[in-house]
Design a protein around this ligand. Structure first.
Ligand code: IPD
Ligand code: CA
Ligand code: CA
Length: 265
């Protein structure tokens, strides 16, 4: 597969989708809820996923597609070439703020990430990586990630995980939040992971993400020498929901050993 051509096609589709999303700011959205009253989806999320699926099927009929809104294929294993698509990551921000959301597309071959794109629609900023060829912010190469310790780090972390919640003992992450130089929460996993890649934050932690949330960002972070695992320090399997932990090299190990080892994540 010529991944440069895949990137050229995908980046054109992403820009086209971005124009459609920006135009939708003038329209009244149809908003529905999914698993709970705060899990939102709009007609635009669905339309954009269908747009990508028709482009991919037209150009690459033999490829498979895993899409958040369910218009793609069903999977039991990740063989062949699979496009993992989140048409709008940060739908709550899209609805409430008209900013701080992104399109996220990761393309995997037999489970190995080959090309990732994250497009910040409102800022018209495109991040991408092709495995082995570096990562880029617009057309500027992103520098490899250097080591940094917890005390000098900003950690992206949702407040949910340090308040009482039904998933984890919330007290476990408090020492980490306290030790860090600062914490941030942007409400779009794809953007938060790409902020790890660009060094705007040093780590990102979530207790629950789906493959389409992190498929693209993981390719960028790993291309720059960062580390991606679940909170147990294990490799992610890209077919199921899991906890998620992206960080600079060195910092990843420090956080795992000093702050996460006693948790049942
Ligand atoms: C959500 C966002 C959010 C994260 C959630 C995701 P969506 O994606 O990335 O930041 O905390 O876990 O589900 O639903 O807006 O595509
Ligand atoms: Ca998402
Ligand atoms: Ca989404």
């Amino acid at each position: 597969m010529n991944w440069d051509t895949v990137y050229t096609n995908a980046s054109q589709w992403v820009k086209e989708a971005g124009e459609r999303i920006r135009a939708s700011f003038q329209e009244t959205l149809t908003i529905r809820t999914k698993s709970n009253p705060n899990d939102l989806v709009t007609d635009i999320d669905q339309e954009i996923e269908q747009f990508f699926i028709s482009k991919i099927r037209g150009q690459y009929p033999e490829h498979k597609i895993l899409g958040e809104e369910g218009y793609g294929d069903e999977f039991e294993q990740l063989d062949g070439i699979v496009w993992m698509i989140d048409p709008i990551d940060g739908t709550m921000n899209f609805i409430h703020q008209q900013r701080n959301f992104a399109i996220s597309i990761g393309v995997y071959e037999n489970g190995v990430g080959q090309m990732g794109i994250i497009y910040d629609v409102v800022h018209d900023e495109l991040y991408h990586a092709i495995r082995g060829n570096g990562a880029y912010f617009n057309d500027k190469r992103i520098l490899p990630l250097k080591e940094r310790n917890v005390k000098e780090s900003i950690i992206a972390l949702n407040a949910t995980w340090v308040m009482e919640n039904h998933r984890i003992n919330h007290e476990l992450l408090i020492p980490l939040a306290r030790a860090a130089r600062g914490t941030r929460s942007y409400g779009s996993a794809a953007l938060e992971i790409v902020y790890v890649a660009t060094g705007r934050v040093d780590a990102y932690i979530s207790l629950r993400l789906s493959p389409w949330d992190f498929a693209a960002g993981a390719i960028l972070v790993e291309e720059l020498g960062g580390v991606i695992t679940n909170l147990r320090g294990e490799r992610l399997d890209y077919l199921s929901k899991d906890s998620f932990f992206a960080a600079r090299p060195g910092l990843h190990q420090e956080i795992l050993t000093d702050y996460l080892k006693n948790g049942k994540w």
